[in-house]
Design a protein around this ligand. Structure first.
Ligand code: PLP
Length: 436
């Protein structure tokens, strides 16, 4: 077989393939092979099947190397070509395969296709953490002079990244009260590129009306991004509402076992294509071992979420009935101000609960945390082990009292991530901790 060699300088030569506008012109420039992972012909999506069937099978090659039922772990940093013709077939986009580890791996393709299926998205891109995912997206999408508007209960590191780092590159960040669509519209102008919200938010568990959020985006011709880490694709699928980008810290419920960090952005192939190319430059990718753990965790995602939802609801109801508890923030409780929004758009309400201890100062509150015998004291959420923390002395310890007041972080606040332990055990353990 003869293969025609085209170079970047040959203006009158045909291009390498239909989607390779950025040429493969450097020893490790993003190649045509950094394409979307979802190829339904190779990797069935099982789109018409139930969620657990998708968790187990979606996105995977039906026949894996050596007939292995599980996806083998690829450790390669680079991938070999049998010949120059073989290489040129790849460069011309005729062979969809791996080339260099920073652009992707077989493990990554499999997990990305599964994540896209779970979110009902055309594509999903994996990163080495949730923060790496949002940084990768915003670095791709925002230019100097562009503006971004956040609802102010969004994950604080994402807002901080925009306000303190993207500002160095001329990007302007606005923060408006969560759920205040009037304030969001007022902050949007013709330089605004993206509006961002979390739903439900952490730690106040506020749900944002996605129909309204998308309507504001469309009316103003700006892209929309939802951090659905707390909701997960089991409880909420923002793509179905027309949201452009869905962001998850896969460190939480998607991985689900408190044993990995990862992040993902799901959306349309067209919008994600430049983001994927930038990820190939940033290099914020996962090892084969990490991806294997994430894929294994995802197999039981629906089962775990059912128990997280069950535990969250039962524990929230227990806490609301306890004399020592002042207030409970949980989207499934009617007492939550945005309960009706959550009830209308979520399938379940997750495992995260925030509550305050009646009349307690920070020290008395920390005694409740210390008395828990099942939940462990740690940041993070969404894993099989229950975790408990006092935001004042965990994520917000370095804030001033005024900042904590602005963020709504009370001294007597406790955040509990219900794991998948037995419901009755979690309740009896919290009861003894509150009664101690
Ligand atoms: C809601 C939410 N979004 C994003 C992130 C960032 O994810 P990661 O820690 O995987 O970078 C977190 C982390 O705590 C989070 O809670």
């Amino acid at each position: 077989m003869t293969t025609k060699i085209t170079t970047n300088r040959d203006a009158d030569q045909p291009s390498r393939n239909s989607n390779s506008s950025d040429a493969h012109c450097g020893d490790d420039a993003p190649p045509p092979g950094s394409q979307a992972s979802v190829d339904p012909a190779l990797r069935p999506t099982f789109a018409d099947r139930g969620l657990s069937t998708q968790c187990v099978h979606s996105g995977e090659l039906r026949q894996k190397p050596e007939g292995s039922i599980t996806q083998p772990i690829f450790t390669a940093s680079t991938y070999t070509f049998a010949s120059t013709d073989d290489l040129l077939r790849f460069v011309h986009g005729e062979d969809q395969r791996e080339e260099y580890g920073r652009y992707g791996s077989p493990n990554e393709k499999s997990v990305e296709a599964k994540l896209a299926a779970l979110d009902n998205a055309e594509d999903a891109i994996l990163y080495s953490s949730g923060m790496a995912a949002i940084v990768g997206l915003l670095m791709t999408k925002l230019n100097s002079g562009d503006e971004i508007v956040f609802f102010d209960q969004c994950y604080h590191r994402s807002r901080e990244f925009c306000a303190k780092t993207m500002s160095r590159f001329g990007v302007v960040t606005h923060q408006v009260p969560t759920g205040d669509f009037g304030a969001m519209e007022a902050a949007i102008n013709d330089r605004t590129k993206i509006i961002v919200s979390e739903s439900p938010t952490n730690p106040h568990l506020t749900s944002v009306d996605l129909e309204k959020f998308v309507a504001v985006g469309k009316a103003n011709e700006v892209e929309t991004l939802i951090d659905a880490t707390l909701a997960t694709p089991y409880n909420l699928r923002p793509i179905d509402y027309g949201v452009d980008y869905v962001w998850h810290s896969a460190t939480k419920y998607l991985g689900g076992h408190n044993d990995l960090l990862a992040g993902t952005i799901a959306g349309s192939r067209e919008l994600l294509d430049p983001v994927r190319k930038m990820r190939g430059v940033l290099g914020s990718i996962n090892s084969g071992h990490n991806l294997y753990l994430l894929e294994r965790g995802l197999k039981t995602f629906e089962l775990r979420m059912q128990r997280h939802n069950q535990n969250g609801m039962a524990v929230a109801e227990f806490l609301e009935s306890h004399d020592r508890v002042e207030r409970v923030y949980y989207p499934g409780l009617k007492s939550h101000p945005s309960h009706s929004i959550a009830a209308a758009q979520m399938r379940g309400f997750g495992g995260l609960i925030t509550f305050t201890v009646k009349g307690a100062d920070w020290k008395e509150t920390s005694r409740v945390v210390d008395a828990a015998k099942i939940a462990r004291i740690a940041p993070s959420l969404g894993g099989v082990e229950s975790l408990i923390e006092q935001p004042l002395v965990m994520s917000y310890y370095n804030c001033t009292p005024e900042e904590r007041q602005r963020f709504g972080i009370a001294d007597n606040m406790i955040r509990l991530s219900c794991g998948i332990e037995d419901t009755a055990d979690l309740i009896s353990d919290l009861k003894q901790a509150l009664d101690a």
